[in-house]
Design a protein around this ligand. Structure first.
Ligand SMILES: *Cc1c(COP(=O)(O)O)cnc(C)c1O
Length: 363
């Protein structure tokens, strides 16, 4: 008997697991496991989704024209060089499907976002991790890992789960060292949180070169993870290819309406940024005070490495769960000694620190 055989690579994938949101026996949990915004979606986005519910029998504009025009205006980019997707995850997969396949290599940084190796394997390509320095992508190590088979280089900037980033000049040096036929994907899911003046989301590199694409999302600072909407800005030829290959209606009318309303609500965006500006340094310092090693993060989360290694990190995770706090284990990222903690509400942040302190005192 024969059975249908999946394409090569698929069975090597460990399925991606989103951050958990429930704990048995507890009605109220503090979910700090998925880098979601503690402020939730903009009230204007909620109103737009409610209104759009009435039109749910209508197919969306598959090209997301209005949303792309809004994005273009907001970020000063040509709408014709933008594409929207069902979350940026869809776009990362789409990019991989268009530019890499069997026998090809997809390069990423050792503790880079897990969707990169998953996308590579899903399309039969080989994921190749390059070593990092101090939990940060290392340009020389990435360039040294390029081979004649390399087709795509994924860089999350800032990176999830480490929170670290490469300055504008370093990303430019990375691109300059790549062959022109290698596509550099700059995943700037957390760009809106960043206030450093040596940081660039990647947009200026896209404008200047034909082998760069930047991906962005409404899932993080805009608080719309459940709506699934992301976008990308790339060279005309690359965007043209992606539009050909995408699903004809890959973003829903509700997602498009929510994203447009979220872009219009700059006060909500500013509030989310101000909240993170206040609590990210507080959380980083408080965790360091407890003796945890935290790479400097510029995202809306902190990677906390336990000096007692994986056993201590797992015990801390279990203790936090017993108190209703869900953070993210990092074994899948090769960081079993660490937990990733999302910046939450003021009460969430205090609860994490107080509970971790209690855990460390008890053990
Ligand atoms: C959360 C995240 C994404 C995925 O975002 P979606 O738009 O929800 O698919 C992409 N890249 C990184 C680095 C992320 O942390």
């Amino acid at each position: 008997m024969t059975t249908p055989t999946p394409q090569p690579g698929l069975m090597s994938i460990t399925p991606y697991k989103g951050g958990e949101s429930e704990l048995e026996g507890l009605d109220h949990v503090r979910k700090l496991s998925a880098n979601e915004s503690p402020l939730g979606p903009s009230p204007r986005a909620i109103a737009a989704m409610r209104e759009m519910a009435e039109a749910a029998h209508r197919y969306p504009d598959g090209g997301a024209t209005r949303l792309r025009e809004m994005l273009g205006k907001r970020f000063g980019l040509p709408a014709s060089q933008l594409i929207c997707g069902n979350g940026s995850d869809e776009l990362l997969g789409l990019i991989t499907s268009c530019y890499a396949g069997e026998g090809d290599e997809v390069l990423y940084s050792r503790h880079g976002f897990l969707m990169y190796p998953i996308a590579a394997m899903a399309h039969g390509a080989t994921p190749v991790p390059a070593p990092e320095t101090d939990y940060c992508a290392d340009v020389d190590a990435l360039l040294a890992a390029v081979t004649p088979r390399t087709r795509i280089l994924f860089l999350a900037n800032p990176n999830n789960p480490t929170g670290t980033y490469l300055a504008r000049d370093e990303v430019a040096r990375l691109r300059a060292g790549l062959r022109d036929d290698i596509l550099l994907v700059i995943d700037a899911a957390y760009a809106e949180y960043v206030g450093r003046n040596d940081y660039d989301s990647g947009a200026s590199l896209v404008a200047a070169h034909d082998n760069v694409i930047m991906t962005r999302t409404f899932s993080k600072i805009f608080g719309l993870g459940g709506m699934r909407v992301g976008w990308a800005y790339g060279a005309p030829d690359i965007i043209d290819v992606l539009h050909r290959a995408r699903g004809p209606f890959n973003t829903s009318i509700m997602a498009q309406a929510a994203a447009i309303a979220a872009l219009e609500d700059t006060a909500h965006l500013d509030a989310a940024r101000a909240h993170n500006d206040r609590w990210l340094p507080w959380m980083s310092a408080a965790l360091a005070d407890l003796g945890l090693d935290c790479p400097p993060s510029i995202g809306n989360f902190v990677l906390a490495r336990f000096p007692g290694g994986p056993d201590q990190a797992n015990a801390a995770d279990a203790f936090l769960r017993s108190k209703g706090i869900i953070v993210r284990q990092m074994g899948g990222y090769g960081l079993p000694e660490a937990l990733r903690i999302t910046i939450g509400t003021e009460a969430d942040n205090h609860a994490v620190i107080d509970t971790t302190k209690q855990f460390l005192a008890d053990t």
